[in-house]
Write a new protein. Sequence first.
Length: 386
Amino acid sequence: MLMNKIPLPKLQISKLQNVFSFFTIEKLRPRQSPEIPNYYNCSLATFQDMFHTHINLYLDNKLESHKKYSDSAMTFEVVKYATSLIRSGGKRIRPYIAFVAYYNEGGTNVDEAIQAGIALELFHTFALIHDDIIDKGTERHGKMSTHVHLEKYMSSFPRGNKAHIASSMAMLAGDLILSWSHGVIASLDNKKVQNIFLKMIEELVAGQLLDVTFMLQYEVETKTITRKNELKTALYSFVNPMLIGSALAHKFSHDDFYRELGLVVGQAYQIQDDLLDIVGDLNKTGKMNLLDVQDGQHTILSQYIFENAQTQDKEVFMSLFGKDIDSHGRKVLLRLFKDSGAIRFAENEITVLFEKAKKIISESGMKTPTKKVWNSLVDLLDKRKS
């Protein structure tokens, strides 16, 4: 069997010495909280700069460590490309939300706050890699999806079903990154945080199973779509990161507030995603429009057409739902979503939900500076374009 090999460079000790000890899977040695600036009002941009530095160091360490398992260029490319998706961008919303909750609950150790964020981002990458395989997605963050890149990379190999093997390798890369996320969470040595993290995984998989099941059905109840959005987005992306941040600070008095706020913001965020799939700018979203319709995915917008559009428009929509769509079909669908009122309905739902979120914050009983932080986050999410 053809086996490409890569040279195994000597371990770069000086580089790895700069990697914080908490970036390893092994149990950590006790450490003192570092002297840190006040992150109470940390902006997303400030957090992103800090977080990128730390997660890149973590990934450098993991890639270097992975070389000990094999000198196969193919297997190293699998891991390297999967981790490049983490480096390539993303808004880091989940780590940031956990970070904000942690500091607003009195947390003081930036090390453990960043660790929790890295675990969330690793888990998110696992979910995206698997999601791209399920949805046959070709792009992610403006790059080829992992399975698409790997199929292209292995084109020179002499045998095998390249598409199937590429998907299998991408799936394994996702599994590996999932294991990394468990390692980082375990290193926090916080049972409550671990339990929230494990429950989050179950909830996300349950939501994903509903989403895939929808692809077998022409009709789905609106309440089931809402439940899917809760499991797959609201709990995963908002409620649980907030709860992880507060549990990391060993504070639980605001858990009801985090659940209420997270569920509302999460529903708005998912509807934004569904809307961006129709009208989003490719240069900002990094993926082609109308993939949900092409994949036969039931969303609030498709549900609006099924329930409210004229009979002729429903028939046209059904003729394209779950089918490969060409440029003409995309124009037809965009007109349908506009003329039926589906886009206007979604925009209104987003506005109502974000207004409800601000009311929850206003009536929360939290201190004014804390309310300001959460209101700023809601404003940030309301304005997103990708």
